[in-house]
Design a protein around this ligand. Structure first.
Ligand code: CAA
Length: 379
């Protein structure tokens, strides 16, 4: 068992920490307020080797392990969860190509993303099919040696900013998961139109939209895997990316603890710093122990994937535990700050708003519990 990061990962962690301190934290409140998309910051992350890290060295990428991606995601999320989500979404969007793409498709689609900065979107959810992936309605219709895609995807991260979209569509709605196919679609394909940007409660720096597909013609060579393999590709993708959501949650919770510790030492009540009161100490202690446990679960899951093991259960455990812990830590941070915590003068209300999304995206925590229970029961 090895709990220490090696020199390479320590150096990566240091770069990500400095990026968060110098580039992300100073502007996080501004982008939270405006809801604008900080494209230049995401591009800076890419220049520093902190984004799109999943591309194998064979295709000119960094070929970073899931463990490494978790290390850097935690650091960036400590600066701003919305920006961290925009950064990690590139790996989410490209993982279907890693999981289901042929050698030629990897060369064609991954290499350009290693050579220059691009944004990628993962188009799975629909307004009527968020948790129930197999119930998706976006239609793929055979048209010679191509497919016509028609329908609308919802809550798509980087939806209005992406250069490349991995898109899941059904050949036959009645076949449920057996009818789903995965495609790579370029932004400039006629008929692909990003729609309304969501005005979100938290993670406001990330771009979340509907994306419309109106007779979008996609050549068959842009289909990943065989017809009907799209559902498996989506599930295997999420197995690989949910630990990153765990790491993102650890970053938020760590920031909540740091802010709370500083405040508890400085803020006085009844003649003492509030950190001397047991009621406050217990909240701080809970945050610290939950952060450690979340990180351990996340790294255990990352280690399993990096070593070629199936990790659906651990992936759901890491995502669910860490995001619930981040929610609790941020609610408690607001409580420790009292009335100050409820104002935008202090950073903790943003952490609380940002944390809420963590329990919803990449599969709600109810879906994660369902996955864990099915695995336990052998269903
Ligand atoms: N790996 C490989 N295969 C898998 C699998 C996995 N992890 N999970 C399921 N499968 C296979 C099953 O073995 C089964 O195979 P057979 O055809 O041989 O029977 C098939 O897929 C169907 O599986 P289920 O019967 O379990 O399917 P289901 O319809 O009951 O749904 C679910 C399963 C777990 C609920 C799934 O729909 C799910 O994960 N929902 C949540 C979706 C989600 O996480 N969305 C997130 C969107 S991305 C996002 O939010 C990111 C962002 O913006 C930043």
């Amino acid at each position: 068992m090895q709990f220490a990061l090696d020199d390479e990962l320590l150096a990566l962690q240091d770069t990500a920490r400095r990026f968060a301190d110098e580039e992300v934290m100073p502007v996080a409140a501004e982008y939270d307020q405006s809801g604008e998309f900080p494209r230049h910051i995401i591009e800076k992350a890419w220049e520093l080797g902190l984004s799109t890290t999943c591309i194998p060295q064979e295709q000119g990428g960094l070929g970073l392990s899931i463990e490494g991606t978790c290390v850097l995601t935690e650091e960036i999320a400590r600066g701003c969860a919305g920006i961290a989500t925009s950064v990690m979404c590139n790996d989410l969007g490209l993982t279907p190509i890693l999981v289901g793409g042929s050698q030629e498709q990897k060369e064609e689609w991954l290499t350009p993303c290693a050579e220059s900065f691009k944004l990628i979107s993962f188009c799975l959810s629909e307004s009527g099919a968020g948790s129930d992936v197999a119930g998706m309605q976006l239609r793929a219709e055979k048209d010679g040696d191509a497919y016509l895609l028609n329908g609308t995807k919802a809550w798509i991260t980087n939806g209005g900013e992406a250069d490349l979209y991995t898109v899941f569509a059904t050949l036959d709605r009645s076949s449920r998961h057996k009818g789903i196919c995965a495609f790579v679609v370029e932004r400039n394909t006629p008929g692909l139109e990003p729609g309304k940007k969501e005005d979100k409660l938290g993670q406001r720096a990330s771009d979340t939209r509907v994306v419309h597909f109106d007779d979008v013609r996609v050549p068959a060579r842009q289909r990943l895997g065989e017809e009907g393999q799209g559902f498996r590709i989506a599930m295997e993708t999420l197995d690989r990316t949910r630990p990153m959501i765990g790491a993102l949650a650890v970053g938020i919770a760590r920031r909540a603890l740091e802010e709370s510790l500083a405040y508890a030492k400085e803020r006085r009540a009844f003649g003492s710093p509030i950190g001397e009161f047991q009621a406050v100490q217990f909240m701080l202690a809970d945050m610290a122990k939950d952060i450690e446990a979340s990180r351990l679960l996340t790294f255990q899951c990352a280690w399993m994937i990096d070593n070629g093991m199936r990790a659906s259960k651990q992936s759901s455990m890491a995502k669910c535990f860490a995001t619930d812990a981040a929610m609790k830590a941020t609610v408690d941070a607001v409580q420790i700050f009292g009335a100050n915590g409820y104002t935008k003068e202090y950073p903790v209300e943003k952490l609380m708003r940002d944390a809420k999304l963590m329990q919803i995206y990449e599969g709600t925590n109810q879906i994660q519990r369902m996955v864990i229970a099915r695995e336990l029961l052998g269903q």
